[in-house]
Design a protein around this ligand. Structure first.
Ligand code: PMV
Length: 333
């Protein structure tokens, strides 16, 4: 049997950063994101899973090359977890192809793990069970639980394996909001998010971390009502407030997690300048130096021009609100 899935990254407006249970990836706070589909540069992660009769080990091919090391181990770990959920026993060949840099703060892990979960659900005939797909994606990478859905998505933290999964808030046609990504680096991260967030939880001053964890429900409510009203000013202000809080948590972590490059600071200055000029543009980052700017379609050109002038910007990727992970018919060979 063979199944192929395609998935996209997502950008959190209310951020996931820290787990109550690390192996299960049950987070310390709920989060909210928008799924991103590239317009001038596809942001696709495709996974083909092919069952292998009587094989005794899984094989993993990343962008055309077989991996026998750490990456294979991560994929096999995720497969084994999904086997436990579903009783599926066969060994598989995993073939992946991506069209964007993974490990650079573009949430490649979200696209990759959700694509894996979707393809695996395809093998067992369970793609209609979106809760199961989201839970299986979460076990690969927390933020992947959200890429299972298109549009805007809330991951309710829950308090157990079965109660921690994402749901769609509004679909991709609700509001044409854009995300302009200023790519500052496409180098892999030095520290994986899962390790960075564990450090924050352990070392960040307790008052700050508790406030960060507990404010997420209010922030999700604010973001949801701004989206319902299609109010970019309200959504943007909330996005920047969350981003500031996330940055404070990172900077108060020991050792200090400063993910920003000089260009990141310069882009934030440019975005503030654009806003002074009445352009609704709002900046935030993930655990990396790249900047995600939310704006409206009619301002994309100006935002791209101004931000593109910053020294150190390698590429501008223009995204619209994307679809969730889904099966496709074109299998990877
Ligand atoms: O899903 P992970 O373990 O790669 O963590 C992603 C965390 C952030 O991207 C920084 C925030 C988020 O909510 O997506």
């Amino acid at each position: 049997m063979i199944k192929t899935a395609l998935s996209h990254p997502n950008k959190a407006l209310v951020i996931y950063w820290g787990n109550e249970d690390d192996p299960l990836r049950i987070p310390t706070r709920s989060s909210l994101s928008i799924t991103l589909q590239g317009i001038n540069h596809p942001l696709d992660y495709i996974v083909t899973l092919r069952t292998m009769q009587s094989a005794d080990r899984d094989r993993v091919f990343i962008d055309g090359t077989e991996d026998r090391g750490e990456i294979r181990t991560q994929f096999v770990r995720h497969l084994d977890i999904m086997r436990v959920y579903t009783g599926f026993k066969e060994k598989v060949e995993v073939i992946t192809r991506k069209t964007f840099p993974v490990g650079s703060g573009l949430a490649g892990s979200a696209a990759s793990a959700s694509s894996m979960a979707e393809a695996f659900a395809g093998l067992i005939g369970k793609t209609a069970d979106r809760k199961l797909v989201s839970i299986m994606a979460r076990r690969g990478s927390g933020s992947a639980s959200r890429s299972v859905f298109g549009g805007s998505v809330v991951w309710q933290k829950g308090n157990s394996d079965d109660s921690s999964y994402a749901k769609q808030l509004f679909d991709e046609n609700h509001w044409d909001i854009r995300n302009v990504i200023a790519l500052v680096s496409s180098d892999p991260k030095k520290l994986r998010s899962i390790d960075g967030m564990a450090l924050s939880k352990k070392t960040c001053p307790e008052l700050l971390y508790t406030a960060f964890a507990s404010v997420s429900s209010d922030h999700i409510e604010e973001a949801s009502s701004a989206m319902a009203a299609r109010d970019i000013g309200k959504l943007g202000a909330l996005y920047e407030k969350e981003n500031d809080l996330f940055r404070q948590v990172c900077l108060k972590t020991t050792p200090r997690l400063d993910y920003w490059a000089k260009a990141t600071h310069d882009i934030f200055d440019k975005v503030a300048y654009l806003r002074n000029d009445s352009i609704p543009a709002y900046a935030g980052t993930d655990a990396g130096p790249n900047v995600h700017i939310f704006t409206l379609p009619r301002h994309v050109e100006r935002v791209t021009r101004v931000v593109g002038e910053v020294e150190g910007v390698l590429e501008i990727i223009h995204c619209r609100v994307g679809e969730g992970s889904h099966l496709i018919q074109q299998h990877l060979a």
